[in-house]
Design a protein. Structure first.
Length: 327
């Protein structure tokens, strides 16, 4: 079994498997050379019986690594470092791009109490936590931090910042929201739908999403008060959309967007400015929301919205990699 879960999902799986009495190893991508499909910091967890989740390469490395773990061919000194794809032949054999190389950290004897503390913090406090591994002793420590700049690898320790699951708050339970929410779920988002209109709320049936009938401003206050929040207004009703945007633009949300034509978006900006939103805050508003890809149908518009969000998120990740000199 293999899936490409979020960090939180991978760690949750590790915790559950440890509770069930399985031998478990956690694998972290430390460095990549060449065109690796998974960045430094990516996680995978595997059981001695071969079950695993997460990904370190997107190729055949996982299968080989799991087999070596099952056959007890990996060093029993943990944490330990493993290289894959050191030469062209290995890179081809393991499904890595030509010349690619991975350096991996493998942790065994995971402390279930530390895992539980980390997961409880992420779930209850929606905090961002740095998990630091001493490479000489294997000791793991946790520390709450206020930054997303989260992966560091030195000769002495590895530190990875792990945040809560990204959340997407959609204002409006209409047709477009169905497509956006379905695609967002596939991308691993927690999706919350806000619509106080009874005729819309009662017909919402997208499995895996959460529905709230709070007024939009109250929904923003409850669901979008951390940097991994995204708010998108999709009702076409200025009374509801603007209510959400007023609070969202003053929140720490990563991305705030609104559906509408260029003319309607300009009128919205004028209304928001009259209601006290500053010019600087208005610069955060993505309206019309989404990349300009010539989209017309609801499905195409949903693709454009999530593509723009993905681009914004990756831009942040790429700047972090450059600042940390990740190869």
């Amino acid at each position: 079994m293999q899936s490409y879960g979020s960090d939180q999902e991978v760690l949750q799986a590790a915790h559950e498997w440890l509770q069930q009495g399985h031998e478990v190893a956690l694998v972290t991508v430390l460095k990549t050379w060449g065109s690796s499909p998974r960045p430094a910091g990516s996680l995978m967890v595997m059981r001695r019986d071969g079950v695993h989740t997460g990904s370190v390469s997107g190729g055949c490395v996982e299968e080989d690594l799991v087999q070596r773990y099952r056959d007890q061919q990996l060093s029993e000194n943990y944490p330990t470092l493993v290289d894959y794809g050191v030469n062209r032949e290995d890179a081809s054999r393991f499904g890595l791009p030509c010349g690619g190389r991975l350096e991996l950290l493998i942790e065994n004897n995971l402390d279930i109490s530390i895992l539980k503390e980390l997961l409880d913090t992420l779930h209850e406090l929606q905090a961002v936590v740095a998990r630091r591994i001493n490479l000489h002793t294997g000791e793991v420590t946790l520390k709450a931090v206020d930054t997303e700049q989260g992966f560091e690898y030195t000769p002495h320790y590895v530190s990875k910042v792990i945040g809560p699951r990204w959340s997407l708050l959609l204002i409006g339970a209409g047709h477009l929201s169905r497509y956006v929410s379905q695609m967002a779920l596939m991308l691993g988002y927690r999706v919350i739908i806000c619509d106080p209109r009874e005729e819309y709320a009662q017909n919402w049936q997208v499995e895996g999403t959460e529905l709230t009938t709070l007024m939009p401003d109250d929904a923003v206050k409850q669901y979008a008060q951390q940097p991994r929040s995204i708010v998108i207004a999709l009702t076409h009703d200025p009374k509801l959309d603007d209510m959400a945007l007023l609070d969202a633009l003053e929140s720490p949300a990563f991305y705030v967007g609104a559906l509408g034509s260029r003319r309607n978006s300009e009128l919205r900006r004028q209304r928001l400015k009259q209601l006290g939103i500053s010019t600087e805050q208005l610069q955060r508003l993505h309206a019309p929301v989404g990349l300009a890809i010539g989209s017309h149908t609801p499905a195409e518009i949903a693709v454009s919205i999530l593509a723009e969000i993905t681009r914004q998120r990756n831009a942040v990740s790429n700047s972090i990699k450059r600042s940390l000199n990740v190869v």
